[in-house]
Design a protein around this ligand. Structure first.
Ligand SMILES: [Zn+2]
Length: 339
């Protein structure tokens, strides 16, 4: 009997957990400023796993350590447009002290794999790899070309991952007409007989801001009218407490109509508080799909209790609905006041 007949075939299911754990153990924290380790090791790991099953992945490094891996799988019918399946290999930085399990251990406990990226999105990277490897091992060609992309820098805007590839190597995506990745939607359990699978149709635009107030530095014991911290705090407070107007896009209106039918209750987008109260776990998500948002997320100023600093800064995560960027910018001007 030959060895191939006796060897048990490795299935995607057998190896998906190991792939995920291996990826979690590679620290790919993205601080947005190249101070992290970068995604290079993850890109090499992914490339190795794809090459093992006969693919020819390429690694693209946009900045030292910031690397993405891309491979194309030939489909049965090469005249058909291609499908892009993409994931990101970077993760948001962690404060390890807050974690029950080491965030870079890939530990298995309580029937779960633990670690940074276990749900965003080294899990899906691993599932994609496992399925592709399984198909390649069994010689099954996809009906059309598939482009696989494992990207750097998703968590800080994509400049060193997706943006870099699209700008510098657009040929990689030639013929691609659709793409699949994470967060296509969340399931929403209405009752034990009905679960809805929400499909994402578009994303909000990002408008991250850094607010800077320049004042006059001075001693904390003096009368001081021009305090940068006071000025900035007021602006941040106004912005953080502001409720942006409800704007119902065509897609959202259609979605709420369908959801009203499924729930058997009227969901009126003009009456947002009442509508969101009926939506339980997905109310934050749906609420954010009905208005622009601006959440202050970071503050910085001062270094000593008796010194008034000359400058104070704040970062704000702003997001606008499709078609409402102009309105958002005008609202910001009005709320923040003259620059
Ligand atoms: Zn993600």
């Amino acid at each position: 009997m030959s060895e191939t007949n006796t060897a048990r075939t490795v299935s995607g299911e057998d190896e998906v957990v190991d792939l995920c754990r291996d990826l979690i153990r590679i620290d790919t924290s993205n601080y947005g400023d190249h101070s992290g380790p970068g995604e290079r090791l993850a890109a090499e790991y992914v490339a190795e796993k794809l090459a093992e099953v006969g693919l020819e992945p390429q690694i693209f490094e946009s900045h030292k350590g910031r690397a993405s891996t891309v491979a194309r799988i030939e489909g049965e019918d090469r005249s058909r447009p291609a499908l892009l399946i993409h994931g990101h290999t970077d993760v948001v930085p962690v404060n390890a002290a807050d974690w029950t399990h080491d965030p870079f251990s890939g530990e298995i406990a309580d029937g779960c794999v633990w670690g940074r990226g276990a749900v965003d999105m080294k899990d899906m990277d691993a599932m994609t790899l496992a399925v592709i490897r399984d198909r390649m091992r069994s010689g099954r060609k996809p009906p059309r070309d598939i482009v696989l992309a494992f990207l750097a820098d998703e968590e800080a805007g994509g400049t060193y991952g997706a943006r870099y590839l699209v700008d510098k190597h657009p040929g990689l995506f030639e013929g691609v007409t659709e793409a699949i990745s994470e967060v296509g939607g969340f399931s929403f359990t209405v009752n034990e007989n009905l679960r809805l699978y929400l499909v994402e149709t578009a994303q909000k635009g990002m408008h991250w801001m850094k607010l800077t107030v320049d004042g006059t530095a001075g001693h904390g014991s003096m009368i001081h009218k021009d305090n940068a911290i006071t000025e900035l705090s007021e602006a941040v407070g106004r912005l953080g407490r502001h409720t942006f107007p409800v704007r119902v896009t065509k897609t959202l209106r259609h979605f709420l109509d369908e959801l009203s039918d499924a729930l058997g209750t009227e969901l009126d987008p003009e009456n947002m508080d009442e509508t969101l109260a009926k939506l339980g776990g997905i109310s934050k998500l749906i609420g954010a799909s009905l208005q622009n948002t601006a959440n202050p997320t970071q503050l910085g100023a001062g270094y000593k209790v008796n010194v008034i600093p000359g400058q104070a800064t704040a970062h704000v995560d702003g997001r606008f609905l499709p078609g409402y960027e102009e309105e958002f910018l005008a609202d910001l001007d009005r709320i923040l006041g003259p620059t």
